[in-house]
Design a binder for this molecule. Structure first.
Ligand code: DOR
Ligand code: ZN
Length: 427
């Protein structure tokens, strides 16, 4: 054994004081008392599995003035996320073998958390899915235009899904229908205009199209960032290989509650009404939603501080994902079981990685956290290069210690590993 960690362990629905033994980065034993020379007792703090964020935009390469793998992965680490999966709308876009190799090289050099990468399937590379599959953790399909996006036309969807199905990789969807978006396109001055232009109907249409084309396929399909009542109704009945994610910004905001700095909350799909928000919470609590994801999509304050029409869509969130949800759990909005399922276990299962649960044989990725220590979220304490957060002033519960593969990565606001500690997972 290399190390033992002692604290309040959450297992099978209850807390009990116990110890975890770790060897070569893996959990090898979980017992009431077990101790090596290298022993860490976190006292009454809770030891929980680290989170997994299957949806981040770390902007590297190409847009590193907004974020890069060094700053983005630090934000993840301080927020208790041990593994991230990066989206392909970088520059060059991750649509070729070379671009996938380049991004993995960059991430291997810079990341302090483990990572995976997605390839985009767009109109230009639809014939290359088989070649790309061994190099990526999954495929992202944008059915509608968004920031730096790579669209796939509806008439290519069936072929794309069938090809991906042969590779057995996961497909992640940005579900807003391009034709519908074009129909609603107009001048936008406010967030209410943004909802009108990116109507819930566009999400509904895209989802219908995905469900129709996915019929009979068995590879995993993930619907990213569900945002509307209409979308929720559409996905209630779906086959078991289809999962659905929600983001904190769609769960914690509604359009009426945002009075100032409107461009900072401009995001696709949009933050909608309180009815939509409540439908998403209902979906979480009734187990229709499978995943919590941040959709961490940073832009600089300078880029956001322009007139509404010109502002880019997207907001940061990887560092606040787990803390916001831990606080929501403390308040009784979700159970701890649900939180850990949606933030740790299900993403690990979907991406096929041995993380996400305190269980013998899995990676020793944990956080230690004191639920009594609620902090006010403040951008000045966060690590994203963009320097702001939509959740300024919100209560959050941050982990004090974070382990990845048995290595202490964060302890008491200090980063303890070097750039490049993070490993590429799964491929
Ligand atoms: O608002 C968004 N921003 N939605 C997306 O789909 C992309 C993202 C970005 O990359 O900025
Ligand atoms: Zn995204």
């Amino acid at each position: 054994m290399d190390l033992t960690i002692e604290g309040q362990l959450y297992r099978d629905g209850a807390f009990e004081h116990g110890s975890i033994a770790i060897k070569q980065g893996k959990i090898v034993a979980i017992k009431k008392t077990i101790k090596t020379d290298n022993h860490l007792n976190v006292g009454n703090k809770l030891i929980l599995p680290a989170g997994i964020d299957l949806h981040v935009h770390f902007r590297d390469p190409g847009f590193t003035h907004k974020e890069d793998f060094w700053t983005g992965s630090q934000a993840a680490a301080f927020g208790g996320i041990s593994c991230v999966f990066d989206m392909p709308n970088t520059h060059p876009p991750t649509t070729t073998i070379d671009a996938l190799k380049q991004k993995k090289q960059i991430a291997s050099k810079k990341s302090v958390v483990d990572f995976g990468v997605y390839a985009a399937v767009c109109d230009e590379n639809i014939g290359r899915i088989g070649e790309l599959a061994p190099l990526c953790n999954g495929f992202k399909i944008f059915l509608g235009s968004t920031t730096h996006s790579l669209k796939l036309s509806n008439h290519h969807l069936q072929v794309a899904l069938r090809e991906i199905n042969r590779t057995k990789k996961i497909t992640l969807f940005h579900a807003e229908d391009e034709f519908c978006l074009k129909t609603h396109m107009d001048r936008e001055q406010t967030l209410v205009d943004h909802i009108r232009c990116r109507a819930a109907e566009c999400e509904e249409t895209a989802l219908k199209n995905i469900l129709t084309n996915a019929a009979g396929l068995s590879s995993p399909i993930h619907i990213c960032h569900l945002s509307s009542c209409e979308g929720f109704e559409m996905i209630r009945k779906r086959s078991p290989n289809i999962s659905v994610g929600v983001t904190p910004h769609h769960l914690f905001f509604d359009v009426q509650s945002i009075k100032t700095k409107q461009t900072f909350f401009k995001v696709n799909p949009p933050i909608r009404s309180s009815f939509d928000r409540d439908a998403l919470w209902y979906g979480v609590n009734k187990r229709h939603i499978d995943i919590f994801e941040s959709d961490h999509a940073p832009h600089t304050e300078e880029e956001k501080n322009v007139d509404f029409d010109s502002a880019p869509s997207g907001l940061p969130g990887v560092e606040t994902l787990y803390p916001l949800l831990l606080f929501a759990m403390k308040k009784g909005n979700i159970t701890l079981d649900m939180l850990l399922a949606l933030l740790c276990e299900r993403p690990a299962q979907l991406l096929g990685i041995p993380k996400g649960k305190i269980e013998i044989g899995r990676d020793a990725d944990f956080i230690a956290v004191d639920l009594k220590k609620t902090e006010k979220i403040a951008a000045e304490h966060l690590h994203s290069k963009c320097g702001w957060t939509p959740f300024e002033g919100f209560p959050g519960i941050f982990p004090s210690v974070m382990f990845i593969r048995g290595e202490k990565v964060v302890d008491d606001h200090q980063l303890l590993v070097k750039q490049g500690f993070g490993n590429c997972v799964g491929v």
